[in-house]
Write a protein that binds this ligand. Structure first.
Ligand code: HEM
Length: 133
């Protein structure tokens, strides 16, 4: 079983910069004209905490940890057509590219191979959200 320990450690280094989640949202907002309107009514102090936990949950899910199943199901539902914040699957490309750009700025130990590992891990949850849409 691949637990993505290398990616988890990279995430830890990113979070040590303190500004990681704020910076991610700055990059995301610039990534597509649909982003600002999507978050127009969002309380960002709550959203920062939710995303910080959400990425951690996504990495554990990619690593096959079954105890995060419920958390992933909740996130998938929130972003489905029936959910509170429906996300058309095509937007996940912007989301992932924004994340990777922010990681590049934040993790001094990032390599091209580690960046591929991040993409591989996040793709698992993106596929799950897409299937649940
Ligand atoms: C794999 C990628 C993503 C993850 C892991 C993720 C994670 C989350 C989490 C954990 C929440 C909070 C859920 C809750 O409050 O119960 C959330 C809410 C939200 N997400 Fe995402 N998200 C992703 C992609 C996206 C994308 C691509 C968009 C926009 C196109 C988006 C827009 C939103 C919005 C609008 C909310 C609701 C904010 C509010 O409560 O006002 N998300 N997301």
């Amino acid at each position: 079983m691949d637990r993505y320990h290398d990616v988890q450690q990279s995430y830890g280094r990113c979070l040590q910069t303190k500004r990681f989640i704020d910076r991610f949202y700055e990059v995301l907002m610039e990534s597509h004209p649909a982003m600002r309107p999507a978050f127009a009514r969002t309380d960002f102090s709550a959203q920062r905490r939710a995303l910080r936990r959400g990425i951690s949950t996504a990495l554990m899910y990619a690593g096959g940890e079954s105890f995060v199943e419920e958390g992933v199901a909740t996130m998938a539902h929130v972003h489905s057509r029936a959910g509170r914040a429906p996300v058309e699957p095509r937007y996940y490309t912007c989301w992932l590219e924004s994340l990777v750009q922010t990681i590049r700025e934040s993790d001094p130990q990032l390599t091209p191979a580690l960046e591929r590992r991040w993409r591989e891990a996040m793709q698992v949850v993106i596929q799950r959200f897409t299937d649940a849409y």
